[in-house]
Design a protein around this ligand. Structure first.
Ligand code: ABT
Ligand code: MG
Length: 139
């Protein structure tokens, strides 16, 4: 059964470029409720753990470097069909392939620096949300 929750990060590039507010407005306007949210910075160990599934990929080192270079905004979001609808809202991994109006089309600069994360399954949404937040931070 779908859990109706997903996990997102506004990545260092989008935070640096001042897009946090605009991205949160898009998330709100699309009907997501914020369950938990904070500004934080991932350590190298955090990023290596979070992206462990990509550890054998050639871009892993750059990915960890990028995700740790500045603060992110992490959040748990709630809505019917949250995982799929949020992936639709953010658009394709590569912004050059992202649909008009999507967050990545508007704010991402490259496949490596693509502005936002969205969980790819209900199972990963729960794992990723629990990685960043304790139960006491979820409302
Ligand atoms: P994430 O939301 O970050 O998981 O992106 P998405 O699920 O859309 O894309 P995946 B395939 O999970 O990519 C994970 C991160 O790896 C980066 N990446 C990916 C590259 O830098 N080069 C590549 O060739 C590919 C395929 C993009 C994702 N980003 N970050 N940060
Ligand atoms: Mg992914």
């Amino acid at each position: 059964m779908a859990t109706n929750r997903t996990f997102t990060m506004i990545k260092p590039d989008a935070v640096e470029n001042g897009h946090t507010g605009a991205i949160l407005e898009k998330i709100n306007a699309a009907g997501f409720r914020i369950v938990a949210m904070k500004k934080t910075q991932m350590t190298k160990n955090d990023a290596e753990t979070f992206y462990a599934i990509h550890s054998e990929r050639p871009f892993f080192g750059e990915l960890v470097e990028f995700m740790t270079r500045g603060p992110i905004v992490a959040a748990i979001l709630e809505k019917d069909n949250a995982v799929e609808d949020f992936r639709t809202l953010i658009g394709a991994t590569n912004p050059a392939e992202a649909a008009e109006g999507t967050i990545r089309k508007l704010y991402a600069t490259s496949v490596g620096e693509n502005a936002v994360h969205g969980s790819d399954s209900d199972e990963n949404a729960a794992i990723e949300g629990n990685f960043h937040f304790s139960g006491r931070e979820m409302f």
